[in-house]
Design a protein around this ligand. Sequence first.
Ligand code: NAD
Length: 246
Amino acid sequence: MKGKESAIEDVKAIIKESQNMVFFGGAGVSTASGIPDFRSPNGLYHQKTNRPYPPEYYFSHEFCMDDPDGFADFTRECYQSYQVPPSGAHLQLAKWEKEGKLSAVITQNIDGLHQRAGSRKVYEVHGNMHDIYCPHCGHQVPTKDFMAGKGRYPCPRCGHNVRAAVTLYGEALPQVAFSQAIEAIASCDTFIVGGTSLVVYPAAGLLNYYRGDRMILINREATPADSRADYVLHGDISEILPALAD
Ligand code: NAD
């Protein structure tokens, strides 16, 4: 029944017969790798830090514009903290792709862990913290060159400050990735959604593009979309996804 906690065996049976699954996830997919999410009780929004501004500010267009040195160093700090092993969830999704059962991963995450786990078709609807480019002339800077620097990094071609290809608060989503995500969701047989509070729009609106009857929602806590899912599993996604493949 929609919205009610499902039996793992029922979901396993669905996964077994699926041939074209799509996964859509968020920060909860990476918490088992040691990267905090935003909204969990121990997430970034609830942590005490000695930073002068709230966490949202550091992921905002405003910060990027107002403090180019601070934003560049914040990018490096995030990038360093993302150099961790993928979780059981990342690894299972990569395995399903390799087996030909999963056609795409759509992620709100900016940490690059799906690619590190071996996933090839990853649509990053909020961009990432490792592709460094010049927003003025489009020149790409090797990640290692930028990460080795300190403060702002002027584009070697035009002199404007380069930045990570991440979608900050106050910025539009990457259109190509978003359109690819919609297309993948609209044509999949089974849609797995997990590790996301589903409160960040427009990404959370992606659920509207699924028209089938196999939407599986996996999250530690209830989400506003539980009542729309055909199957709901509450728990740690890094344990549940591998268990579904057993
Ligand atoms: P969120 O913090 O709003 O919600 C995370 C959700 O995941 C919560 O509902 C929580 O209960 C659940 N969760 C946490 N650990 C889990 C686990 N192991 N198993 C199952 N569920 C788990 O995150 P969001 O919905 O992704 O939206 C916030 C935005 O923050 C996103 O746009 C994302 O780009 C960004 N973000 C990214 C990272 C990252 O790249 N790793 C980290 C923090 C925030």
